[in-house]
Structures are given as C-alpha cells and as structure tokens.
Design a protein around this ligand. Structure first.
Ligand code: SAH
Length: 640
C-alpha cells in the first residue's frame, strides 16, 4: 500500500452511522484515528469518541494534525474550520467526502497542505471522483507554491498569490532558473505560460510575473508591479575546515556571514563536506544535527587529487592535503549522490562559487568554501513503485496501482503504456518514456531517480513481475550493491496477460497451467524448447507470451509441432490480441489450425489441455477431470 506518511498525522470525523461505515475502512488503511460523537457506538480501537461539541473537539486536535477528513456537509465543515484557519503555508489539508463515498473534495490547503494530492489518493482508494478546484490543476500545470517540493527546494520570499494569479490567468510568467533540476520544464503542457530566461527587446514580451530558481538571494524592489517569487534548490555544498574545538556558534555565524557576503541563500545549502579526520568534530556534528544537514567526509588522499585555487603548505603539513574547505566543497558538490566525479574530470571553475574564506574569533577559526552542484540535494528517501497496470484498460488496474501512479513524483515506462494511464497522471509529474528495447536503461534511470530521493513508478503492462520491469529493477539494484532500503521498493501486482486473455474466452486456466515466453532475446531457444516439451508432456494448459515478432517468426511454428506430439490437433486454442484494449481481437481455434490466424507480439496464445473443450464460443477447462470426461465425450458426440 502507498503510505500516507507525508500527510500524517491525520484525523477523520464522522457524525452519522453511514459516515462511520464509510470512513472506518479508509481510516484503517490510512492508520488514522476516526472520531465519532459519544452517541454513536465505537467500531473498534481505531475509533474514538469525542465529548462535547465537534467545534470544541476540533479546536483541541487542530494543531496536532496535518490533515482532516470529514464525512459531513461541506457547509458544516466550512463553518467548523473557518475560525481555525490561519494561512495557507501552515493550515492542514481539509478533505470532505460525501456520505455515499462518490466524491472526495479537496476543500482547503490544496497545494502546500497537500489536500489536492490527498484527495486524489483517497479517491483512487474509494473509486470516487476527486473534486479539485484549483486553477493550476485544471490547466495541467504544477502549482507554483509546491513546484520544488518533490526535489527538496526551499521556498523563498515573494508574492506567491500574485504569481499564482498570473499563471491562473495564463499571462506570461518569466522563469529564471540558475540552479536545480530542469526536469519540471520538460513535463509542461504545450500551452504553458512560462517564458524561460530573458526576452530580447525585439520580442516585445512583458512578463506579468517572475520566478527565480537558484541559490542566489534576489532582492525584490519594494512596490514593484510585477509579482515575484523565489525557490531555492539545495545546491550549495559548504566545505568546512576548523581548528579542533571550534564551537558550532562560530561555524553557524561564519557560514551565515559568507553566504550574506556572496548573496547566497542559506536555504540553498545542501550539506557540509570536510576531511574525514573531522568526522568527530563536536561543533560540526552539532551544527549539522541542528540544521539537519548531511555531513560528507573525504580522506586526505581524495581531497589531494583536486587542484584547488588556494592550496596551503601549512595545511598539507598538518593533515596531508593542501586544501580541506575548497576540495571538500568541490568534491561534495560533484559526488554527493554518485561517486563519479574524479579529480581531473571535475570542472573546478564551474563548481566553486566561493573560494576559501577564513573566519576567526578568539582561539577558534573556521575555513569555508562553497561549491554548487548540478543536482540538488532532495533530503528525501526515494521509493520505487514497481507497478503492474493490467492489460490496458483502466478498469483492469488495481486501486493500489492507481494510487502508486498518482502519488509518484516520476513515472517511467514504455510510451504505449504511459498513454494508456494518462488519465491517472497528475500535473507536475516527471514522465519519462524509453523505447521498448531499452528496459535495462529504464531500470537504471528509475534507480537513479529513486536514489536521488524521488518516488518513481516503473510501469509494466500486465503484472510487473511477469516478464515485466520488476525483475530488471531488482537485478540492477543488486548490481548496484543496494542496501535493501534506499530506495525502498514496493511491488504492485497487476492482471497479467494470461488472466486477461483467459477471462475473455472463458475458463481455460481452470486447472494446472504454465506460462512460457517464446522470446529468445534473454533466454536460449534450447531452454524454451525444453520447457515447451515438458509443458506439452505434462498436459499443462499453456499460455505463450511474446509468441511471434517481426524478426522472430519460427518459434511459434516449433511450439505448435512440439505440442502436436503429445496433444490432439483438435485441442482448443485461443488467440487473444490486445485484451481489454480498443483493438481487441479474439479467435477461438485449435492446435492444428492456429497458425492460419494472426499471431504477433500483442497476442497471448492459450493452448488447452487434453480435457479442455469449447462450448458455444467459450473455452472451458474443467475443474475436475473424472466427472467431466464423460461430459466432454457427450459434447464430442453432439458435435459429430
Ligand atoms: N508483464 C506483462 C507481459 C509482458 S511480455 C504481463 O504480465 O502481461 C509481453 C507479452 O505479453 C506480449 O507479447 C503478449 O504475448 C502479452 N500481452 C501483454 N498484454 C497483452 C494484451 N493486452 N493482450 C494480449 N496479450 C498481451
């Protein structure tokens, strides 16, 4: 299940028995307390009575929760929450569900409070319609006040309402992005209102609002008519050296001072980097803990490999490398996620923003240098959702898989499948498709995004663990020496092609069956042949995946020959192409004649066992053989 940690703690409120029945299972899966009035019976320990008025109860639990789910009249909810609302940066998400569970309304704090996302997730779970009234959602645009959240960007100052309004009214909004990932720019709808960079005078463009994205602290002129906002991606790595025993106070003050001097936002700091012998420096540890910064440490040898602008012979004598602050900052900026930036390959000029600065006080001293990384530090633990989307129709996808797709920051899959799940996508998601032969690259890309801190849904058709992406991702993780935790993994099963195909033709899989892929791209044909022979001899109902491609034509012919050696030519065979998709075709034939029909890579071939029979265009494998043998011979004799 998708976990709702990002929205916790939450509380739910029902005031009628019907509302209680509706919310109770939802609250159980969300791990949320359900409050009901003292007049209603408690269902179990996850429900609680509230005493006195709901108004009083709400004001007691208001500040303790990040989200509230109500199942009562919207008007009543509006009156209840009105006196408690403060501002949209801190108010909780408010969701209202109608008593029949058909609609899930994002009532308040849709963006920053997360109510829009929560409403969509709950709606998928309840099979309900989410009601989202924010303008950006309907323009298919990411909300500007939550734009950088998935990547851990920090919100700076500005007129957020003014900029949002300019976007909602589809005026031109200038975006100046000097740092952080631009992936969001690749995923905008065609008619988005953003202008990237600085327009030429000849272009005659007058932006109605401006968005700055970068580590530099911009000063907004008071009274400017153009609303502006600023996002700070966490791209600054502070390289730090200090005399033993330097206090965290001096470290904090020194970093503030250097940032101020160079007009850098402390909000854009990703973390601290230093030499490994400082890994136990109390002042640094306390400072990092306070600020929740990661601390990266490197050996003198590693730091030594960089040619920094300000090396020091004294430092070299002392710690074995001529630079701690500059070298550590540069190393951190290049290597915080992947260990790829080696000495020579690093572009020091491009990376280093602030060369070594020394700040002293009494007998303490700090050296600081600041480098900018291309990839921002997200500060988040990534997740990989390995999702099976079923055969292709949205009705055949599980609610859990829908939630995973909707929740993910990024969706990766083959373009045909991404098109099929378009209605499940939400504005602002990163969508990446790679060609059908690039499965390994797809797996690697999703792991990279997951390690970076994103939640990534990797989409397979059918079930992701049956000739799907899930195996490839786990294999690649193992090759990357994955620690089993980061990124975390969750597998969402889907209806596989053999089930989908079977359902369209009857009950061919009623008894023992097996699946065999005829693709010899990843498996030697000799092995496949051995399995075909064993399946045929074992009288298994057999589903053939990947039966024939443009370049692989003969395998299906050999498969037929193998089956004919131990199975009657009249054995029913179903050829189901594009099950549950718009161009679905179904052919019921038999083993002898199956090759007279179209079989391709969109087809699943179902070969019956010796007891399978057809009746009125249904393919039926009996549940128990003893009793059905006689029925079968009856059907045969009727047919004769
Ligand atoms: N992971 C998928 C299988 C991928 S292998 C699953 O669990 O279904 C691809 C093969 O699956 C195709 O060559 C075809 O044989 C079968 N297949 C996938 N979707 C199908 C559909 N909608 N109808 C019929 N066969 C399908």
């Amino acid at each position: 299940m998708i976990n709702f940690d990002a929205f916790q703690p939450m509380a739910a409120i029902a005031t009628t028995p019907q509302a209680t029945r509706l919310l109770h299972p939802l609250c159980q899966s969300l791990k949320t307390t359900l409050y009901v009035p003292a007049t209603l019976p408690l269902i179990d320990t996850t429900t609680c009575h509230y005493q006195g008025s709901l108004k009083d109860h709400l004001s007691t639990i208001w500040s303790k929760n990040r989200g509230f789910i109500f199942c009562l009249a919207t008007g009543a909810v509006v009156r209840l929450i009105a006196p408690l609302l403060k501002d949209k940066a801190s108010d909780p998400a408010i969701i209202v569900i109608d008593p029949t569970g058909q609609f899930v309304i994002s009532l308040c704090s849709g963006h920053q409070g997360g109510a829009d996302r929560l409403a969509q997730l709950i709606a998928h779970q309840l099979h309900a319609t989410p009601i989202i009234t924010g303008a950006s959602h309907h323009l298919n645009l990411p909300a500007i006040d939550t734009l950088g959240m998935p990547l851990g960007w920090r919100k700076g100052p500005g007129d957020w309402t003014g900029v949002s309004q300019a976007i909602a009214t589809q005026k031109t909004v200038q975006v100046i992005q000097e740092g952080g990932s631009q992936l969001w720019q690749d995923n905008l709808p065609q008619n988005h209102p953003f202008y990237f960079g600085f327009p030429e005078i000849s272009e005659n463009i007058e932006p109605a609002a401006r968005i700055w994205i970068g580590a530099t602290k911009r000063k907004f002129a008071p009274g400017s008519t153009v609303p502006k906002v600023q996002w700070y991606p966490r791209v600054l790595w502070v390289g730090l050296g200090c005399i033993r025993g330097t206090s965290q106070g001096l470290i904090a003050a020194a970093i503030e001072e250097v940032c101020q001097t160079y007009h850098l936002a402390t909000e854009a700091i990703a973390g601290i980097a230093t030499i490994d012998i400082k890994a136990d420096e109390v002042g640094i540890l306390q400072y990092c803990q306070n600020k929740q910064y990661p601390l990266l440490t490197y050996s003198a040898d590693v730091l030594n490999s960089l040619k920094v602008p300000n090396p020091s012979e004294v430092v070299k004598q002392e710690v074995g490398t001529p630079s701690v602050a500059e070298a550590a900052a540069i190393y951190g900026a290049n290597n915080w996620l992947t260990n790829q930036g080696e000495g020579e390959k690093i572009d020091i000029k491009k990376t280093l923003l602030v060369t070594k600065q020394i700040i002293k006080s009494d007998n303490e001293a700090v050296t600081i240098a600041i480098a900018q990384s291309e990839l921002e530090y997200t500060g988040r633990a990534g997740k990989l959702y390995l999702v099976g989307m079923g055969p292709g129709n949205l009705e055949q996808i599980t609610p859990a898989a829908k939630m995973a797709i909707n929740e993910a920051d990024a969706i990766i899959g083959y373009s045909l499948y991404l098109d099929l799940i378009k209605p499940l996508q939400r504005p602002g998601q990163i969508i990446e498709s790679l060609p059908i032969t690039k499965e390994k690259e797809r797996a690697q890309r999703s792991i990279y995004l997951g390690r970076w801190g994103l939640s990534v849904a990797v989409i397979s058709s059918g079930d992701c663990g049956i000739y799907g992406m899930a195996g490839l991702v786990l294999e690649e993780l193992k090759n990357n020496h994955w620690d089993g935790k980061n990124p975390s993994i969750e597998v969402f099963p889907g209806i596989t092609a053999l089930q989908a195909a079977a359902a369209r033709v009857g009950t061919p899989l009623m008894h023992d069956f097996c699946a065999i892929s005829l693709s010899n791209l990843l498996t030697p044909w000799e092995v496949i042949k051995k399995r075909l022979t064993a399946a045929a001899m074992g009288d298994f109902v057999t589903a053939l995946y990947n039966p024939r491609s443009q370049t692989r034509q003969t395998q299906i012919i050999e498969a037929q020959t193998i089956f004919l050696q131990s199975r009657d030519e009249k054995t029913p065979v179903a050829l189901v192409r594009c099950a549950y998709r718009q161009d679905e075709t179904i052919i019921l034939t038999n083993l002898g004649e199956m090759l007279h029909h179209r079989i391709d890579m969109l087809t699943t071939v179902l070969i019956g066992n010796s007891s399978t029979f057809s009746y009125e265009n249904w393919m039926i494998t009996p549940r128990g053989y003893n009793q059905v043998r006689s029925q079968k011979s009856e059907v045969r004799s009727q047919n004769n």
